[in-house]
Design a protein around this ligand. Structure first.
Ligand code: NAG
Ligand code: NAG
Length: 442
C-alpha cells in the first residue's frame, strides 16, 4: 500500500512535469483566447455584438485614451496612450496581459506610433512633432529622443498618423489633417494641411524635416486621412474623415441640408509611397456623395463628387475632371481611425470611432472591407466604386443609433498579433479599453 502510494505520487509528479512541458509547447504553438481576464471588468455602459464566426474579449480597462497600437519584435504590445505616453504590455500564457511597463512618459503624445520593420526604431507623434527613439524590445526601453519631423503645429485636427512601408523601412509616412471643417486655404498643398507626406528617415537633416517644405506628397486634398493602411503589394490606402454640416445650394435661392448621409467617409488609394503622388483628392471643394437621393437638383451616383455651391467656374464637372474620387464610400460621419489587412490581404479591417454629426448615430464599431487581387496583381475592394454597402460590421455597439461618445465603444488603433490569430482593438472612451477580436472557429 505504501509502495503504491509512492508510485502514484511519483507518477503524478512525472505526469504534471510532462503536462507543463506540453502546456508550454501548446502556449508557444497557440495562444489561448481568454473569455475574461483577471481583474478586468467590462463597462456596463454598452453591450457589444460580434458578427457570426467572430468573438471578442476585453483584455484591459482603465487605459488613458489609447490610440495607436504596434507589436514589438518580442511580441509585446505597445500602446500610445494620449496625454500619457507609450506603454508596453506583455501577453501572458493565458492570452491576457501579464505585465505592463511605461516606455515613454510624455503628455504631448496624442496618436501616432510606428516601429521600424527591424523593430529597433520607434517613432511617436504629437501635433507639432515626430520623434524617433532607439528601441530595445528585450527591455522594452526607448532611448535617444530625436526630432525627425517638425513644424506641424497648424491648428485643427491634431492626430499625426505614422506608418512605415514594410518593404521600404527607411520611409516614414506622416498624415496631417485640415484646420477645421472646410479649410479653404488647404486647397493649396503648400499649406502642408489636408494631405499625406513621406520622409526618408535615412537622411534626416539636423533638427528634423520641416513638414510643409520637405519630403514628398502621397496625395493632397485629403481632409483628415487618419487611417493609413498597406496592402499586399505595400501600396498605401487612406481612410478619410470627411466633412460635417454640409448643405447643397443649386443656386443662390436654394439650400438643402444633405449632411445626414453626405459626404461619405472615403477609402482612397494613395499608391506607392516611394514616389511622389501629387493627385488632388478633392478637399475642400469636392465632397463624395454618400446618399444621392437628397441632392435633388442633379442625379448622382454614390462615390461621385459634388460641390456645395456650383457656379460657372467651379462645379460638379470640375470635380469629375480634376479630383481623384475615393475607391469606396463609407457611411458619413463614421470617423475611421485605423485599418489593417488580414494576413492574406483578403479583407481590410477598419475602426470607426463613431459620429457626432449624425442622427441616428453611426460608427462605434469595427468593419471588414472585402478585397480581391486583380489580374493586374493589384489589390482592390470587391465592391464597385458606386457601392454604399462595400463592407460588413464585425464588432459593434448594440444601440448604435443612440450612441454618443460617452456611451459606446470608441474603436481606435488596430494591431494583429504576430501569430495573426487575433486583432487587438483599442477603444479611447472613458475608461480606455483594449479588446481582442478573433475568428470564433477555425
Ligand atoms: C434653384 O434651385 C432649386 C433646386 O434645384 C430649384 O427648385 C429652383 O427652381 C432654382 N431657382 C432658380 C431661380 O433657378
Ligand atoms: C465659384 O465658387 C468658388 C468657390 O465658392 C468661388 O471662389 C468663385 O469665386 C466662384 N466663381 C464665380 C464666377 O462666382
Amino acid at each position: 500500500m505504501k509502495m503504491l502510494n509512492w508510485s502514484v505520487a511519483a507518477l503524478t509528479v512525472a505526469l504534471s512535469a510532462a503536462g507543463s512541458v506540453l502546456a508550454e509547447q501548446a502556449a508557444a504553438a497557440a495562444l489561448p483566447f481568454p473569455s475574461s481576464c483577471p481583474g478586468v471588468t467590462a463597462t456596463s455602459r454598452y453591450k457589444l455584438s460580434a458578427a457570426p464566426g467572430w468573438n471578442y474579449a476585453l483584455l484591459a480597462t482603465g487605459l488613458s485614451t489609447p490610440r495607436g497600437l504596434v507589436f514589438d519584435s518580442e511580441g509585446h504590445l505597445l500602446i500610445l496612450q494620449s496625454g500619457q505616453g507609450v506603454t508596453a504590455h506583455t501577453i501572458g500564457a493565458d492570452g491576457c496581459i501579464s505585465s505592463s511597463k511605461t516606455v515613454i512618459q510624455m503628455a504631448q503624445l496624442n496618436h501616432g506610433i510606428a516601429l521600424s520593420p527591424d523593430g529597433k526604431t520607434l517613432y511617436v507623434s504629437a501635433s507639432p512633432t515626430v520623434w524617433s527613439y532607439s528601441y530595445d524590445a528585450k527591455t522594452m526601453s526607448a532611448t535617444g529622443q530625436t526630432v525627425v519631423v517638425k513644424g506641424m503645429n497648424q491648428g485643427g485636427h491634431a492626430s499625426r498618423t505614422l506608418a512605415i512601408p514594410p518593404n521600404k523601412p527607411s520611409l516614414l509616412i506622416v498624415s496631417l489633417g485640415s484646420d477645421g471643417n472646410i479649410d479653404v486655404a488647404a486647397a493649396k498643398k503648400e499649406t502642408g494641411r489636408a494631405l499625406v507626406k513621406v520622409f526618408d528617415m535615412s537622411k534626416v537633416p539636423s533638427g528634423g524635416y520641416t513638414y510643409n517644405t520637405q519630403g514628398w506628397y502621397l496625395g493632397y486634398g485629403l481632409r483628415n486621412e487618419i487611417a493609413i493602411v498597406f496592402d499586399g503589394n505595400n501600396m498605401v490606402w487612406g481612410v478619410e474623415n470627411s466633412g460635417d454640416q454640409l448643405t447643397r445650394s443649386a443656386n443662390s435661392t436654394s439650400s438643402v441640408d444633405v449632411h445626414i448621409n453626405n459626404p461619405a467617409e472615403e477609402l482612397n488609394y494613395l499608391g506607392d509611397p516611394s514616389k511622389s503622388n501629387e493627385n488632388w483628392y478633392g478637399y475642400p471643394v469636392c465632397w463624395t456623395v454618400g446618399d444621392p437621393s437628397v441632392i435633388t437638383d442633379k442625379t448622382f451616383k454614390v462615390g461621385q463628387q459634388f460641390v456645395i455651391a456650383p457656379n460657372a467656374t467651379l462645379n460638379d464637372k470640375t470635380c469629375a475632371d480634376t479630383s481623384t474620387p475615393p475607391r469606396l464610400s463609407i457611411k458619413a460621419h463614421s470617423a475611421p481611425i485605423d485599418g489593417k489587412f488580414d494576413k492574406d490581404f483578403e479583407n481590410m479591417f477598419v475602426s470607426l470611432h463613431g459620429s457626432w454629426n449624425r442622427q441616428p448615430a453611426t460608427g462605434y464599431k469595427v468593419i471588414q472591407i472585402p478585397f480581391e487581387k486583380l489580374e493586374s496583381g493589384a489589390y482592390d475592394p470587391v465592391a464597385p466604386q458606386d457601392s454604399a454597402a462595400g463592407y460588413l460590421d464585425i464588432l459593434w455597439t448594440q444601440n448604435e443609433g443612440s450612441c454618443s461618445s460617452a456611451s459606446c465603444l470608441r474603436p481606435t488603433g488596430i494591431a494583429w498579433h504576430p501569430d495573426t490569430s487575433r486583432m487587438y482593438v483599442a477603444s479611447d472612451g472613458s475608461p480606455g479599453e483594449l479588446y481582442i477580436l478573433y475568428k470564433a472557429s477555425e
